[in-house]
Design a protein around this ligand. Structure first.
Ligand SMILES: CC(C)(COP(=O)(O)OP(=O)(O)OC[C@H]1O[C@@H](n2cnc3c(N)ncnc32)[C@H](O)[C@@H]1OP(=O)(O)O)[C@@H](O)C(=O)NCCC(=O)NCCS
Length: 288
């Protein structure tokens, strides 16, 4: 091979190597044999010093949270882990576990239903709170900003406002406690507290003129924390999935231990409501 040919082959290899290296680009993790660094921090320094919640923050945001920020995130993640087999995600985890699938399949099935109406509602809630905040920045007072944002929300999403309402709890006991933590953090200057104020104003506006309030639910309350901490709206859904995965795993594991087989959503003595055609005979000839 001539010198020129060797040079050309070398250039081609460099280009190929670069193409392959740049195929995945990430600022999250760097690795070589014997070394693992997350966001630049060696794993051996993180282990034992950084909690799981702080690690979630580091992975998503690139920097370690302050103590108070990490504690608030931890509280939000902790508060939403489980809501019993009445919650579709938990029931699905348990049903899946009786179908002969592994824990990963049971967990994936359950996480899959954390959508706009169950568990994933925090995403729209954060977006709504941010919309109110943006309207206030243009000079609107809180009640007017809430009114305008709610009208806009309903136009695009219908009458059910994400993060509010509960089928089971007249007041969701998790919400006031989480908001009290936000108030405390606001007093200490860790967060601004403005999303807590906004969420409370939305709750009040939804309850106006009704005999029963439409209470802030766990998605709405954790959304306050995620907004206060500066997480973009779609991450509220992702974080809820992380949190609920704990309960999902616990229920799938417990059900695996109980050993039920092929368990449906209701006991077999009970049947669904059939509202179709009454019994009839198949016609002798196919209809023309
Ligand atoms: C969670 C949810 C499905 C529970 O609904 P529910 O208890 O079955 O509520 P109902 O459909 O019986 O509604 C009762 C009344 O409250 C109203 N309401 C309930 N949730 C509401 C909400 N989020 N926004 C506005 N109105 C709501 C209904 O319009 C209904 O009013 P009406 O009596 O004047 O018709 C519902 O509140 C909802 O979809 N919330 C938004 C999604 C969400 O946050 N999901 C997370 C749940 S933890």
């Amino acid at each position: 091979m001539s010198g020129i040919e060797q040079q050309a082959a070398g250039d081609e290899m460099d280009a190929g190597q670069r193409l392959s290296q740049d195929w995945w680009r990430t600022s999250i993790i760097d690795m070589r044999p014997g070394e693992i660094r997350y966001r630049g921090y060696p794993i051996e320094q993180l282990i034992g010093r950084v909690s799981f919640a702080q690690m979630i923050w580091l992975m998503l945001r690139g920097e370690l949270p302050g103590q108070g920020q990490g504690e608030l995130l931890d509280a939000a993640l902790m508060a939403a882990v489980d809501h019993g087999p009445q919650a579709p995600s938990i029931a699905i985890a348990r049903m899946a576990a009786t179908c002969g699938v592994g824990l990963n399949n049971a967990m994936a099935s359950a996480v899959n239903v954390l959508g706009d109406v169950h568990g994933g509602a925090g995403e729209q809630a954060v977006a709504l709170y941010e919309d109110v905040a943006a309207r206030m920045e243009t000079g609107l007072a809180l009640p007017e900003a809430v009114g305008a944002a709610l009208a806009h929300y309903r136009e695009h999403h219908g009458k059910f406002v994400s993060g509010f309402g509960h089928r089971f709890h007249p007041v969701d006991p998790r919400a006031p406690r989480l908001l009290a933590l936000v108030d405390d953090a606001a007093r200490k200057g860790i967060v601004s507290g403005r999303y807590a104020t906004i969420a409370r104003a939305i709750e009040a506006a939804l309850g106006e003129g009704r005999s029963k309030p439409i209470p802030m639910n766990i998605d709405g309350a954790t959304a306050v924390i995620y907004a206060e901490l500066g997480f973009p709206a779609p991450l509220a859904r992702g974080l809820f999935c992380l949190s609920r995965s704990v309960g999902i795993l616990a229920h799938a594991w417990e059900q695996t231990g109980q050993g039920g087989r092929n368990k449906g959503p209701i006991p077999r003595q009970f049947l669904w409501t059939y509202d179709g055609e009454p019994q009839r005979d198949v016609p002798q000839a196919p209809p023309k």
